[in-house]
Design a protein around this ligand. Sequence first.
Ligand SMILES: Cc1cc2nc3c(=O)[nH]c(=O)nc-3n(C[C@H](O)[C@H](O)[C@H](O)COP(=O)(O)O)c2cc1C
Length: 398
Amino acid sequence: MNDRRAFLRFLAASPLYAGLPHAASALAQTSDAPGTLVGRPQEAFDVFDLERVAHRNIPVAHWGYLMTAVDGEETLKANREAFAHYQLRTRRLVDVSKLDMGMELFGTRYASPIFLCPLGSQKAFQAEGELAVAHAAKSRNALQILSTMTSTPVEDVIKARSGPLWYQLYTTNDFDVAIKLAQRAEAAGCAAIAVTVDLPAGRNTETLSRAIAADTRQCTACHAPGGAPMSTRPMFSGLDAGRLLNSSPSLTWDFIKRLKDATKMKVLVKGLESGEDAGLALKYGCDGVMVSNHGGRATETGRGTLECLPEVVAAVKGRIPVLVDGGIRRGTDALKALALGATAVGIGRPYIWGLGAFGQPGVERTMDLLNNELRLAMAGIGARSLREITPAALIRKV
Ligand SMILES: Cc1cc2nc3c(=O)[nH]c(=O)nc-3n(C[C@H](O)[C@H](O)[C@H](O)COP(=O)(O)O)c2cc1C
């Protein structure tokens, strides 16, 4: 801990600090100063209070993995900035004493349109990892999507959730393996599968590389250098994973067709950003699309996902659900995405802040904070249900 603090102080004092990308500056926050950290989940006033505690608790290299984006982190910034381009247009004297935030997706009802995105290796942030998240998702009746890179087997997570779970699929560079992963998720009871398509060729996660260089712990005491190899991850046990790549350079729409034939689960693609691709998703029989840029961790200098959402919604024309994630940190952010036509909105880093800060109660607090903020925003625009959140609630700033 002392090494870590000394490194953070060095970074904060360095003249180079001002030039660091966004997440690298996040890496350098000295937010664990006495008196600034909340001691219990209930004391957190917003998700950023949880972020500061998580930052203190999570080892430097793992924090770097959580916060990193790619290259200069322009897409990461664009995700947040996109929300600031819109203001809310209020409506008054509507009876909002009863608000229904319930969302139905593929026949299942959830308490809120805010869902938990797939994030890999959750035990790197807190010992209970995906199980703590599953217990929290159960207690708040939220949709949880489990990553292919999960540190807990899907069978155990779905038991802890004891309810609907979706699976996120990295196809790898071997599509036979991908089908086997999908079949295992289906046999475990997953209701839907989201194929991530935004990482065709690897990526340059600069902030992560800096964090690894700064972490003086013996990482190899727990895992191989650079993180656990695919072959040791729970979803790859029993598969010939020795030479698998996590990227899928030859992935095309044909695989979606093959997957549709191989499973009864609903099939979504995660990582679309254009109307053209949304049209192709419909053509190839997708049951839903997820507008996402992997939280700024895929293509650099892309648009914020909120900017991409309208063209996808226009192409889909209400025929299948459109989910979106990226940079959602407030209930008002969620409301803006819903007003632009999203069916549901995903959070990534914020629930991991809750997890890293306080485990299951921290994840629950993240959801409570965002849901309460969304409730207030809905009351502000006079919307009593998700259906009543329409583009009329937004003004685009010039
Ligand atoms: C640490 C980390 C790990 C992630 N792992 C995965 C993954 O395994 N599969 C995937 O499809 N997306 C993954 N994502 C992307 C998220 O599913 C989601 O798109 C993104 O985090 C949303 O942006 P936000 O973090 O700004 O809320 C990951 C994101 C982070 C931050």
